[in-house]
Design a protein around this ligand. Sequence first.
Ligand code: ADP
Ligand code: MG
Length: 534
Amino acid sequence: MNTEVTFESLNLSSGVLKAIEEMGFESPSSIQSAAIPLIMKGEDVIAQAQTGTGKTAAFGIPVAEIVDPTNRNVQAIIITPTRELCIQVAGEISKLCRHKRIRELPIYGGQSYDMQFKALRQGVHVVVGTPGRVIDHIKRGTLKLNDVKIAILDEADEMLDMGFIDDIEQILKETSTDRQTMLFSATMPMAIKTLAKKYMKSPQIVAITPQQVTVNLIEQYYYEVKEKYRFDSLCRILETEHAESAMVFCRTKRNVDELVEGMQSMGYSVEGLHGDMTQSHRTNVMNKFKSGVLDFLVATDVAARGLDIESVTHVINYNIPEDPESYVHRIGRTGRAGREGTAITLITAREMRMLRIIEQFTRSKIKRKDVPTLKDIHEQLTTKTVEKLVNTITEGNFSEYKPIILNLADEYDLVDIAASAFKYIADLEHGKLSVMEEHEQEKEPETVRLFINIGRKDKVMPADIVRSIADVSGLPGSIVGVIDILDSYSFVEVQRDHADAVMKSMKTIKIKGRKINMEKANRNQNQGQRRPRY
Ligand code: ADP
Ligand code: MG
């Protein structure tokens, strides 16, 4: 935050200053000290600043000052792309206006009309709305915007994108032409700036974007995963990254539902958020996540823009975003207002190109990390358990259990008792581990290589060996793989499950008149002697 400018120096009224103080803001952020004076002077402003830098108050404070509480008409309208952001922005406006007799109202789809009708009839000064519902009210004649002095598009690039542009145009037409117009976002493509001028009067451009578009307090990593292990890799990453509170982004609503189901079955505290859910369900999930009842929120890009949840330590792109802007907004849900955060992206080899595009766009390096192996996770969990145990010993609060142990010690060895106790804790803590899949490269090979004491000088052919194995063990010849015949001995690959039976039964026979000895080949013998598959 900026230390040179103070809120007092921005010519604010005492009521607003008091509200700002109560919100715990000590000094204005860069975007606030740059944009607030311009807006108060009556300028139109296009403001671009990184995620989590206080853009809401940058337009919210001037709104609180500009609106006249004695005028009962709507004087300010703020448009947001999602319902959750609408609720959040209305909340921030309400706090800023606490000591002025200004009434604000969030109006968004999925909420009952009755409540909105009633509030609008009673008189509202500031409307915060999603485009569809605002237009609904305009058409019904329940919302009049002709006295609007200031119109704000939060997440402006999204609002002026194809999906919303017609709605925005329709809403702006309802306002008077001498209104002020503001655009706020962390990303502002050139095309949008050009388009925006159509709705603005010689806008001032305020861009607080250091070299990087993303916040540098956010550590960015990617993990290269195999498609079929995407879910399992996520679970492993969650175990080793100590993600306490994370937003996990998926491409589609179906992906969200599937991932939530999978994570719940692994015992994670998680729910999903997407556009096919009822609004009351959406609100309920958001509240649970914000209050910490849920550790994880899995969402589509509906949650990518603007949401400000203090506790989020990690953002995880379960599916890589479809455009670089979306990456910036998604990861900006962490590392807010000067806090640290971690952003993790899961990608397959095919998606590497998109990763490079994102790196170029954000001018930042996304570091590679390897998906932890089951062994890594196991070791980490063991270390954690040891730490906890040592802590417990140091705290010394266990005298009530001593008689139990002394009792057991009459019958069992003390180390055995301690080791069993450790196993018991470890099993509890490692619960998730037991369900995790072994990835292919980690699996033991399915065949073992056996040494056999006959070779070329015994005039033995691969077919002789296969036939003998099949005859004596009663197993099909197909359990035998590669056979390497060397001068005085050979190597035979056999399916792991049958190796012991084969070794045992071969001891009872002779091939080409020789007594047979078969044993597991050691590693050194294994190498450098490969021949074409038999
Ligand atoms: P943006 O819209 O830029 O992503 P927000 O407006 O959501 O950011 O603000 C991010 C967080 O920073 C919010 O929790 C907000 O209350 C807080 N905040 C805003 N301005 C200040 C300030 N001047 N000092 C401290 N915290 C602030
Ligand atoms: Mg914002």
